[in-house]
Design a protein around this ligand. Structure first.
Ligand code: ADP
Ligand code: MG
Length: 243
């Protein structure tokens, strides 16, 4: 089997006495879409944080990416190494246009400037299919779905090998979730692996090749998405005790 692109080995993160992430291990292959599910507070976002080093590294365990051990690296070095992420909240700079926002991303994570940054910006906005006529509007004027396109475009501008998305479907209508599904498939087809946290299970099941379920900071199960969601332990974790 090929070497994994991302290899998380026994990752832990504690906050005082709280074990938010406990001995989590999994790996993602180049070009794969790997889903992460779990109830609220199960440690999904914390897991993303410790993988990308924003804002903290794991308290124990190792993170390997593209053959290098990256835990403890500064976040910008991880980003330039090909690992890009988005956050649960939307656009940070409502007065900046989509073009300006993506340009900022290109200088931060891509190390690009000038003409190269402008080309990378257009390529990223093309990949997420943000309409040309919307690209110079203040991003605060964009629709909820367009802000998602912008958020993903900003992460893609550095041409990452893996994109990490934290609940990108939140706030979207069903037709918009269908559009996001197609967008993720297109981004993946362009050669980018995707690590996807999502509470909209239909989206997760549609796009993921493998699915991991976290519960109380630990891996409950991992495997074929259709089988994972039929697992009685997974059903119980989501619905609570049926007693
Ligand atoms: P999820 O994304 O699965 O909803 P989180 O990773 O956000 O879960 O949170 C997991 C647990 O860690 C929760 O109990 C949460 O309150 C706690 N937690 C997350 N971030 C912090 C933090 N910065 N400081 C203290 N506790 C935190
Ligand atoms: Mg979260």
């Amino acid at each position: 089997m090929a070497m994994p692109l991302l290899d998380v080995r026994g990752a832990c993160k504690t906050f005082g006495g709280l074990r938010a992430v406990q001995d989590v291990s999994f790996s993602v292959t180049e070009g794969e879409i790997f889903g992460i599910a779990g109830p609220n507070g199960s440690g999904k976002s914390t897991l993303f944080n410790l993988i990308t080093g924003i804002p903290f590294a794991p308290t124990a365990g190792e993170i390997h990416f593209a053959g290098q051990r990256i835990d403890g690296w500064p976040a910008h070095r991880i980003a330039r190494g090909g690992l890009a992420r988005t956050f649960q909240k939307d656009a940070e700079f409502p007065d900046l246009s989509a073009r300006e926002t993506v340009m900022l991303g290109s200088s931060y994570a891509g190390g690009l400037s000038g003409a190269a940054a402008r080309r990378a910006t257009e390529a990223a906005l093309d990949l997420v299919a943000l309409e040309e006529a919307r690209r110079d509007l203040p991003s605060g004027d964009l629709s909820v779905y367009e802000k998602k396109q912008l958020m993903i475009g900003s992460a893609l501008v550095a041409k990452p090998r893996m994109l990490m998305l934290d609940e990108p479907a939140s706030g979207l209508t069903r037709p918009e979730i269908a559009a996001l599904d197609a967008l993720l498939v297109a981004v993946n087809a362009s050669g980018v692996a995707i690590l996807l946290i999502e509470h909209v299970l239909s989206l997760l099941l549609s796009v993921s090749q493998r699915l991991l379920v976290l519960n109380q900071g630990q891996v409950l199960t991992e495997g074929d998405p259709a089988e994972v969601v039929r697992d009685p332990d997974v059903i119980e974790a989501y619905l609570g005790s049926r007693a």
